[in-house]
Design a protein around this ligand. Structure first.
Ligand code: ATP
Ligand code: MG
Ligand code: MG
Length: 474
């Protein structure tokens, strides 16, 4: 293993990813809080178990719920410690400062090896680099549980409320106007609007890659990161065709009309207040005019997100949302069940293994998830089942969707895909460039059982912050 063959690719809160310079693979390494850097917080065996749990949870649980065509679970690999140390030194200066409260695990040598989903092998007649859009969509539905105590939670979506909290806490300077309910609405205009908002304010919800390298994200510190104008400039060769098929600039008024039409088409139950305010007064969310390349990018991405080979329930968005909706009780209804399990584990600590609270994530786990009494019969089994379902839903709410695309030749209209590849030929309506694309879902780690109390506190903080800030609004 030679560290010079790997480069920094990106990171989240829990892991750091490096990509191979030639092969289309990545290594995903664990991260620890910086204060633990001298002293690893877990043994090598525990680290190995953690990474194996991630693979098992993804392949045995999430893949069944989301569809195996979207999920790549990878495999655990053991790396030489010297390689890992050199790698950690090499990538350190490329890491964004705001992520450096954690350090890469250099003690266990365990990592997850995955296909590089930003540069999959697609039907690629030209040598154009793959374009890849990564979206972290977050929760796409309003809670409907009778346990919800604050009415506002059934009107304003969690992401929109959370934005107020994040700005108040200084996590981000500006609120994002992206609303997951728009993205998951299935209505093309609303979906376009949602992705435009992500591009305006990507935070950690949007990244764009070209040829496997991140070219657009909110993170400062990424060398080649660029602003909107240079992004649009980059898109031009992919999406330009003809001269007059489409106005090169759509006016903001036209876009707004499009959006409002989309809103009325999709019905009120889909709206959250933060989106609705678009329709009102001076705060109307006016969009800047955009060139053709930007609109075509949105069109292709939306097509990919909605594409299905059978019923609409095959689309990636549908599958992600269905899995998120396993959170049927909301954290408020789930918490008492968490307490029931917690009490049982205090009385009988050995039961933690039998109930599979920390794995193994196998068929038996999936069965526990599915075999849930429809009503709370006061049993431990009901509580365990609901807790497992909630954790699975949390994973789906935190995952990312990758849409990788390359222009394909219009002449070759045979429908044969290459063996073993999931790819779809898609043609835009007025015969502009055609694209081959692949859609995947990543970051499907199990969420720890012990995190549940923190989720309740966070929920309470977000709601009270939102109520305070919305009262303060004129
Ligand atoms: P989060 O904070 O969202 O929980 P995380 O720490 O769990 O993130 P990931 O989201 O899995 O980490 O990975 C971090 C980033 O690395 C992703 O946003 C993505 O850009 C990149 N990445 C992860 N896995 C792959 C992959 N298989 N192919 C290409 N890029 C990947
Ligand atoms: Mg992530
Ligand atoms: Mg994650």
């Amino acid at each position: 293993m030679d560290e010079n063959e790997w480069r920094y690719h990106g990171e989240g809160n829990k892991s750091l990813v490096v990509s191979h310079v030639q092969l289309s693979i990545v290594l995903r390494l664990l991260k620890y809080p910086a204060e633990d850097s001298e002293n690893p917080p877990q043994t090598v065996e525990q680290a190995f178990r953690q990474v194996q749990n991630i693979v098992d949870f993804s392949s045995n649980v999430m893949s069944c719920l989301l569809g195996d065509k979207f999920v790549h679970s990878g495999e655990v690999v053991k790396l030489p410690l010297e390689f890992v140390r050199q790698l950690s030194i090499k990538v350190q200066h490329q890491r964004p400062a705001w992520r450096c409260d954690k350090v890469m695990d250099i003690y266990s040598g365990c990592a997850l090896c995955l296909p590089n989903l930003t540069s999959p092998t697609l039907h690629q007649p030209t040598h154009t680099p793959t374009l890849c859009i990564e979206i972290k969509p977050k929760c796409g539905f309003l809670p409907y549980s009778k346990h919800v105590s604050q009415d506002i939670k059934t009107k304003v979506c969690r992401f929109c409320m959370h934005q107020h909290y994040k700005v108040a806490m200084g996590t981000w300077k500006r609120r994002s106007r992206y609303c997951p309910l728009d993205l998951f609405s299935g209505n093309r205009q609303r979906m376009h609007f949602a992705i435009r908002q992500l591009i305006d304010e990507p935070q950690n919800n949007l990244k764009i890659f070209k040829g496997g390298r991140c070219i657009f994200s909110s993170m400062d510190g990424i060398e080649d990161s660029m602003d909107l104008n240079s992004l649009l400039h980059h898109l031009r060769p992919y999406f330009q065709y003809g001269n007059n098929r489409m106005n090169s600039h759509m006016t903001s008024k036209a876009l707004l009309t499009d959006f409002i039409q989309g809103v009325s088409l999709s019905g009120d139950k889909w709206l959250c207040q933060e989106s609705l305010d678009l329709q009102h007064g001076p705060s109307a969310r006016v969009l800047d005019p955009w060139p053709q390349s930007g609109h075509l990018l949105l069109k292709v991405v939306v097509n990919a997100l909605l594409s299905s080979q059978g019923s609409p329930s095959d689309s990636v968005l549908y599958r992600v949302r269905q899995t998120q909706m396993l959170d049927t009780l909301d954290i408020e209804g789930l918490y008492p069940l968490y307490r029931r399990v917690e009490q049982h584990l205090l009385d009988f600590p050995k039961e933690r293994t039998r109930l599979q609270m920390d794995g193994p994530y196998n068929e038996a786990f999936l069965e526990k998830l599915h075999k849930c009494p429809s009503e709370d019969d006061g049993s431990l089994e009901y509580a365990v089942s609901k807790v497992h379902q909630y954790r699975v839903a949390m994973t789906a709410k935190d995952s990312q969707i990758m849409v990788a695309l390359v222009p394909s030749c219009e002449e070759e209209e045979d429908d044969e895909g290459l063996p073993g590849q999931r790819q779809h030929r898609d043609f835009l309506s007025s015969r502009p460039p055609a694209f081959s694309y692949s859609v995947s879902i990543l970051d499907l780690d199990p969420k720890p059982f012990d995190n549940i109390p923190r989720q309740l506190r966070l929920d309470q903080n977000i709601v009270s912050c939102y109520l305070r800030s919305s009262c303060a609004l004129p």
